[in-house]
Design a protein around this ligand. Structure first.
Ligand code: ASP
Ligand code: MG
Length: 406
């Protein structure tokens, strides 16, 4: 007997037919002798609607009330799924975050899970009852409902799997696994059988939106085996697991891209100690997330250009902050460009093999694509290029690294 957490995303519970379908799948797991806890998202589109209603009343609203509103989407689907299970003869009950409870910190709208009380749930699961738990929500230290940030149900599921010491956390979604790159762009993209936590983390953070980044961090920390699979088709998905579980490691496992990037260049910034701190300090205070950074060496020893990237949504705020501090920073002018894309090549094999970066640069060069910024980590190489080359770059790199499906 195994203990399994099954998570169903918004498209999997989008209407009554689909909820009935989910109930059948859940029952099948129970019938094969497993203890099952299910985590559900709100019906697809529901959370967007709830968020929009809050903003329509007040663009800047009380985050605690926002949480009270947006958490309702999941309350609906837990109750409906419990009814659907009971209807096919499977005992089940729904749990809101505050009922277990799932304790979170007090950052409303973006809370982190601190701990989950599972005693009663485990006792009931032991008697064959399916626990249907609302994703995305918890209980803050102020005794008010909290939510975990968009896409947070993935994190709820992994956290629950860790708390229950579950054998597996199966994430059912509208894609059937993790691909070597975006299959909508590269038709030869392949589904991966397995991928390491670290690679998945890099893929998630650079824009492969299969799993919420935080859920992967949590899975890695607690060594929860996560399987991503389709809720519409019966076929194996992708297992996100420890490196030891992967026998044949690829040099490069995946190529990700993020269009949500904007480039900022400060022309002729003074080249002296403290300047970087003076620039990035105020940006951090304004909650602008800075990603890639390059600073040129100055020719005259006095001034140099500094380029960095921010998320598209943060560009205007970043510009405003930098313009406010122009006097203190003493740069000549500010240039920005939202039409850039970050393309990243990811693989744990990079740690022990040379030449992987070179292949990337060579491939882009032979397509005539100019690289604007480069950054690397132990298992990732990222380049910033003009957005219009996204498709071309992805296809060329996918072929160059031998990832194309036969
Ligand atoms: N319903 C929430 C959202 O749309 C959480 C989730 O689905 O993961 O972001
Ligand atoms: Mg999702």
């Amino acid at each position: 007997m195994a203990r399994i957490v099954m998570k169903f995303g918004g498209t999997s519970v989008a209407d009554i037919e689909r909820i009935k379908n989910v109930a059948n799948r859940v029952k099948r797991e129970v019938d094969s002798g497993n203890e099952v806890a299910v985590v559900v998202s709100a019906m697809s589109g529901a959370t967007n609607q709830l968020v929009a209603w809050c903003s329509q009343i007040a663009p800047l609203h009380d985050a605690r009330e926002y949480d009270a509103v947006v958490a309702t989407g999941e309350q609906v689907t837990t109750g409906l799924l419990a009814i659907a299970l009971q209807e096919i003869g499977q005992s089940a009950r729904s749990w809101c975050g505050w009922q277990l409870p799932i304790h979170t910190d007090g950052v409303h709208g973006k809370a982190r899970i601190m701990s989950i009380e599972t005693d009663e749930m485990i006792a009931r699961m032991g008697k064959g009852e399916v626990a249907v738990v609302a994703g995305f929500q918890g209980l803050g230290p102020d005794k008010r409902i909290s939510t975990l940030g968009r896409g947070g149900s993935d994190t709820s599921a992994v956290a629950l799997a860790a708390a229950l010491k579950a054998d597996r956390c199966d994430i059912y979604t509208d894609v059937d696994g993790v691909y070597t790159t975006d299959p909508r762009i590269v038709t030869k993209a392949r589904k991966l059988d397995k991928i390491t936590y670290e690679e998945m983390l890099e893929l998630a953070s650079v824009g492969a939106k299969v799993l919420q980044t935080r859920s992967v961090e949590m899975a890695m920390k607690h060594r929860v085996r996560v399987q991503v699979l389709s809720s519409f088709e019966d076929k194996p998905g992708t297992l996100v697991c420890d490196e030891d579980e992967i026998v044949e490691k690829e040099l490069v496992s995946g190529i990700a891209y993020s269009r949500d990037e904007a480039k900022v260049t400060l022309v002729r910034v003074a080249d002296r100690p403290g300047v970087a701190a003076a620039i990035f300090g105020p940006l951090a205070e304004a909650a602008v997330n800075v990603d890639m950074i390059v600073q040129n060496v100055s020719e005259d020893g006095k001034s140099t250009d500094l380029t960095f990237t921010v998320g598209n949504a943060d560009l205007e705020r970043a510009k405003k902050v930098l313009e406010e501090h122009k006097g203190a920073l003493g740069y000549e002018k500010l240039i920005s460009d939202p039409n850039v894309v970050k393309v990243s090549v990811i693989g744990v094999g990079m740690r022990s093999h040379a030449g992987i970066a070179q292949k990337m640069f060579q491939t882009l060069a032979s397509e005539g694509i100019n690289i604007q910024v480069i950054s690397t980590s132990e298992i990732k190489i990222s380049v910033l290029i003009e957005e219009k080359y996204t498709e071309l770059a992805l296809r060329a790199l996918h072929t160059a690294y031998g990832l194309d499906a036969a």
